[in-house]
Design a protein around this ligand. Sequence first.
Ligand SMILES: Nc1nc2c(ncn2[C@@H]2O[C@H](COP(=O)(O)OP(=O)(O)OP(=O)(O)O)[C@@H](O)[C@H]2O)c(=O)[nH]1
Ligand SMILES: [Mg+2]
Length: 459
Amino acid sequence: MYVQDTIVAPATAPGVGAVAIIRLSGPRATAILRSIWRPQSAVALRPRRLYLGDIRDPASGAAVDRAMAVIMPGPHSLTGEDVAELHCHGGAFLVRRVLGLAMSQGARMAERGEFSRRAFLNGRLDLTAAEAVADLVAARGETALAQALAHLNGALAQRVSGLRERLIAVAAHLEVEIDFSEEDIALPPRGELARRLAQVRQDVAALHDSFARGRLMRTGARAAIIGKPNAGKSSVLNLLLGVERAIVTPIPGTTRDVIEDTIHAGPYPLVIQDTAGVRAGADEVERIGIQRTLAHAADADLLIAVFDAARPIESEDLRVIELCRERPGVALLNKSDLPAAFGPGDLGTHGLSMPVVKISALRGDGVQALRQALTEAAEAIAGDHRGDTVAISRERHRQALAHAMAALDAAHDSIMRSMPPEIVAVDIGIAADALASISGQVTTEDVLDAIFREFCIGK
Ligand SMILES: Nc1nc2c(ncn2[C@@H]2O[C@H](COP(=O)(O)OP(=O)(O)OP(=O)(O)O)[C@@H](O)[C@H]2O)c(=O)[nH]1
Ligand SMILES: [Mg+2]
């Protein structure tokens, strides 16, 4: 086991609450707890049981708080080390005071994510589960929660280790070929090995391609509202949010900066971004706003194109249609409360291929149809996953899978060109290591730093 110093941190959020938990982990966790806290009756502390007692300053003997305490000896603890917790009253000063006492007895303040990092190093968590803990805490909706729980329960780690085992099985055949090349033993033909590698490659690719779906579930898809000035973009944002989030005025060019907020389209979180109207001849501030619009439109997972149906189609509308070319999303014919100057067919004639919904952002007409269209657009991003619920959610996973795919391509190529088995085995080894890096069986300090930096202190 990885033994080091004893760390301490509040496990509960900063600020005032009914209870604050102060957590210690390391070889001296229990000793430090016992030096600053005494049970009310002199009993031997049994692991994983809460006892009521008093916290005192060992230097002065001054009473500090009445608190519950629990000890959880390693290796069957959160971190794999000895863990001890004080459940004291949740005051900001009180928490600082108790932390100070623990540090006066030799504990060190924990770094961000250090408890989870120790858990990983002691084999209590793999990296996908550690990331899932951060995702659980950050989850803002059902899909994010479901995905984080699945990863915490090992869904992704198991999928990846299954792929890796299949590669190791192919490599084992090659090893036999390398070791016994002089002898007469039956080996699977090269074509058979190539076929098996291609199958693994296909499954690695499917997992790689689940990224858009995984990100949609974890943080939500980004939907940019675009359209000419005064089309009603900010009114659409406000309608979807149900609050007056963006300023709405009859003056074209009202919105300058990008304003965003999250809604739910069915089960999916959607980050809706209101942008500056696209037009030529704007002043400098508006021009900067329009540049931002274009950048957000390019980055967005889907577009909500707003058209003012009470006015004939203008050149700015054509520009918006151009931005929508081959992009997923929904087009809105807004201001349906006024006499229409054109209809959905006219947008099609100009090359728009998105589904069209008529709404009145002013009166709220058509909002149900808009929500439905957004849900369908999000479902299209989620894709047809044939009931496969495992999806990667982080760039780190995606890169590792891309790396594995490249190595498998090289291995397949070498087999087809009848290269020596050693050469093929090297590439299979690279692919297997890339897969192993996802759960952390193969890792580096830099990767660990990057992952655990995302965590808060005390986690
Ligand atoms: N009659 C009618 N007026 C609307 C409707 N939607 C928006 N408006 C009006 O159109 C004007 C412009 O609305 P905004 O939501 O500010 O338009 P925008 O597209 O955000 O405009 P910029 O920020 O300037 O690009 C305001 O006076 C709104 O009240 C609608 O459905 N019907
Ligand atoms: Mg606006």
